[in-house]
Structure formats: structure tokens, C-alpha cells
Write a new protein. Structure first.
Length: 89
């Protein structure tokens, strides 16, 4: 079975998640975060690179906990701003 390609909006959200995780990791290494989160290092590498744009919910939760990121911050960062309608005040 061939999976249809993901929409650009979903891929962009995955890239934003990767950016946030990379930023929150700071000076800590991928193996350090992998050990503290239980998420395999290769999975974390792929998420940070945007190659896994839709990681499992519990994977995101484990990484957020290991990085001391509140989930609400993850959601806010990964959700694109709503488009502004023209002529609306």
C-alpha cells in the first residue's frame, strides 16, 4: 500500500516541532535526551530534522518532559497563526 504524501502544512508543522526540540535541547546531546526520554536517538534525530513530521503523541510527551517543555508551549509553537482576513477590523 502506497501512502499519499503529507500536505505541506503537516510537513511544516513537523519542521517547527524539530526546531523547537533542537532549541530546547541546547547544549545537551541527542544521546542524553534519548536516555532521559526513552526515545531512541535515531528517532530524535529524524524528528529534529523534520523527517518524522507526525511523531506519536507519547513520543512528543516523553521528549517534552525530558526537555522541561510544557505541552501547551509545544502546541502553540507548532500551530501556525490563523490567517488574517483582509478588511476585517
Amino acid at each position: 500500500m502506497v501512502r499519499p504524501p503529507l500536505p505541506e502544512a503537516v510537513r511544516a508543522r513537523g519542521r517547527r516541532l524539530g526546531e523547537l526540540l533542537r532549541s530546547a535541547r541546547g547544549e545537551r546531546t541527542i544521546p542524553q535526551i534519548s536516555a532521559s526520554s526513552g526515545v531512541p536517538a535515531e528517532t530524535l534525530r529524524k524528528i529534529e530534522a523534520g523527517r518524522i513530521p507526525t511523531p506519536a503523541f507519547f513520543t512528543v510527551v516523553a521528549l517534552a518532559e525530558a526537555l522541561a517543555l510544557p505541552l501547551v508551549e509545544v502546541v502553540e509553537y507548532c500551530t501556525p497563526p490563523a490567517p488574517v482576513a483582509e478588511g476585517v477590523a
